[in-house]
Design a protein. Structure first.
Lengths: 112, 112
């Protein structure tokens, strides 16, 4: 799976949008971009994933650049409960398994 | 609908001992994966079980072994414990081998 690069930490004011960037310049054509988050002392939680089109669900939006070399996870109205480590992961989706390769992630701190 | 459940939540062992961790997958899921998360790092893939067989394995020594039972639950065994085995052990389940992963809260192992 391709490697990803994320800033180690970010701050965001409560109620504002949190924009978390991820660089995956070596992504292959059949690799999806996945985002997970891990709140302190809990297991990782799936947020969203996409291939090349922008995606939105009840938790977040995912914006993938046209060349697919980078993406941004957007939490539209961050709350204190969104404080967590956010992991950007790229992986092939298929019958070969669903192993995830986690990097260091971005530690997002939402402040009042 | 119960999610992924793991036991025990915390345990302490001494070097050289053996430990068994248990995982019950989310209802309806048939695939179980195990991850190790050292303090301050992202989770690292240990192995995946599907149809009671190990399907994928990460870069972990043979001291780490597992089993999947006919009811899809799973065990992770670690022999000859080392201090470096101290970590949060996460179990994740999915519907089919390529499906989205749902994580449990983890079992925190401390080796003294």
């Amino acid at each position: 799976d391709a490697k990803t690069t994320q800033p180690p930490s970010m701050d965001c004011a409560e109620g504002r949008a949190a924009n978390l960037p991820c660089n995956h310049s070596t992504i292959s054509g059949n690799e999806y971009v996945y985002w997970y988050r891990q709140i302190h002392s809990q297991g990782p939680q799936y947020i969203i994933h996409g291939l090349k089109n922008n995606e939105t669900n009840e938790m977040a939006s995912l914006i993938i650049t046209e060349d697919r070399k980078s993406s941004t996870l957007i939490l539209p109205h961050a709350t204190l409960r969104d404080t967590a480590v956010y992991y950007c992961i790229v992986r092939v989706v298929g019958n070969a398994g669903n192993m995830l390769t986690f990097g260091g992630g971005t530690r997002l701190m939402v402040k009042p | 609908d119960a999610g992924v459940t793991q036991s025990p939540t915390h345990l302490i062992k001494t070097r050289g001992q053996q430990v068994t961790l248990r995982c019950s997958p989310k209802s309806g899921h048939d695939t179980v994966s195990w991850y190790q998360q050292a303090l301050g790092q992202g989770p690292q893939f240990i192995f995946q079980y599907y149809e009671e067989e190990e399907r994928q394995r990460g870069n972990f020594p043979d001291r780490f072994s597992g089993h999947q039972f006919p009811n899809y639950s799973s065990e992770l065994n670690v022999n000859a414990l080392l201090l470096g085995d101290s970590a949060l052990y996460l179990c994740a389940s999915s519907l089919v081998i390529s499906g989205e992963l749902f994580f449990g809260e983890g079992s925190r192992l401390t080796v003294l």
